[in-house]
Design a binder for this molecule. Sequence first.
Ligand SMILES: Nc1ncnc2c1ncn2[C@@H]1O[C@H](COP(=O)(O)OP(=O)(O)OP(=O)(O)O)[C@@H](O)[C@H]1O
Ligand SMILES: [Mg+2]
Length: 262
Amino acid sequence: MTEPALVVNNLEKTYAGESGRAGTHALAGVSLTVEKGDFFALLGPNGAGKTTLIGIVTGLVNKTGGKVSVHGVDIDTAPEKARTYIGVVPQNMNLDYFGKVSDIVVNQAGYYGIPRSVAIPRAERIFKDLGLYEKRNDQARMLSGGMMRRLMIARALIHEPQFLILDEPTAGVDVELRRSMWEYLTGLTKAGVTILLTTHYLEEAERLANKVAIINKGEIIVNGTMAEVLTMHDSLTSPGAGESGYRGGKLEEIFLQLTKEK
Ligand SMILES: Nc1ncnc2c1ncn2[C@@H]1O[C@H](COP(=O)(O)OP(=O)(O)OP(=O)(O)O)[C@@H](O)[C@H]1O
Ligand SMILES: [Mg+2]
């Protein structure tokens, strides 16, 4: 058996509160497994704990408890090795706005010890794939919001990671570009890359992801294959709703039923 891309076991995170106030219990015993080759959608309402979980996996946030391993490597014992498997597209833009598009991506390769002679042609190929080639000599600040998202994806891919983690990669991206980004990501999974992403576009997740977990208030409330999760639909909503000429939307209804404030 090969090791899963990601194993998260009983993960706990409490952010410290300010001046004696109670902290936020952002993750309350989260466990999940992402198998290699999965297209895994991590869904949940605002504040559910998605970015916190990704922050812990990628080494940006300290966990309060639990275990995480990436390709079988424990993030506590070998954090740097664990990080070599991962490419990450963060939720918040963290680009050097005055840097040149091509430099941002090629310099990132340097952090992984990839020589410029390898990184430059690789970056050009990625720019062509992502429709950024014409912009490669511009400063990042001159890009539109959707192009900046693509630049963050290019930067995450430059060391050819086996495991790509994207936190709302299509937020604020127009419908056509969103479609092409999802297609691109699907192509990566076909080439053997594992993908874990968060999104609020549930119909796209329903169409493209093979695994899904829903997190709410720091707890996993649903976790399974997309097909398994979609079978919950009829028991949660009025039977037969939307059955004839089904065009998607079951996952969204399941999500709303399970995460609504009681
Ligand atoms: N640095 C921080 N300090 C204190 N509390 C934080 C911090 N980051 C997140 N939180 C809190 O932890 C909880 C989970 O936040 P998180 O950002 O993980 O949610 P999310 O699922 O990514 O939400 P969204 O869909 O809005 O991105 C929230 O209550 C949030 O206010
Ligand atoms: Mg988030």
